[in-house]
Design a binder for this molecule. Sequence first.
Ligand code: ACO
Length: 162
Amino acid sequence: LRFVCASNDGIDEHMVWLIGLKNIFARQLPNMPREYIVRLVMDRNHKSVMVVRRNLVVGGITYRPYLSQKFGEIAFCAITADEQVKGYGTRLMNHLKQHARDVDGLTHFLTYADNNAVGYFVKQGFTKEIYLERDRWHGYIKDYDGGILMECRIDPKLPFTD
Ligand code: ACO
């Protein structure tokens, strides 16, 4: 099992994984328009941290780092149906936090969580209270009425992965 971070950089292997991830999102997030998923997963401002097993993607998180604001917006998060509730979602989030802190220099994540995923995000350290100063995120993330805005502060020192 591997955790890899990639974006639309033209590397064949990355493209195959991103397409696999886009298909998982389309299936697991049926309320999201497919074209919107494709657009963000393939957008060069977005990155994806993926769970890869036997060279196949089994899930991932697509996010947009706002480097000047030091926060990231999680756009999509899913694990393929047969592999849910095995702990991959938690390990995935930990790899995302480590990468976002150590490579992007981010301090926080924001996401619009689907109602049924709030429990998962709470377990990953997200809160419905937004502590991040409004100036740092307002105008950067788009309002979206299909979910609940949640925040996670990334611990500056904690090792998230082994
Ligand atoms: N509601 C409440 N708790 C949950 C949920 C949920 N929907 N999903 C998982 N959990 C809990 C698990 O029971 C587990 O608890 P435990 O640590 O006490 O045992 C913990 O969260 C972590 O479970 P994992 O096995 O690590 O999670 P999993 O690999 O199943 O991934 C995920 C979680 C990504 C939510 C997955 O179930 C999934 O793909 N769901 C469908 C798509 C979805 O809802 N995605 C999020 C939409 S919001 C967005 O994308 C911004």
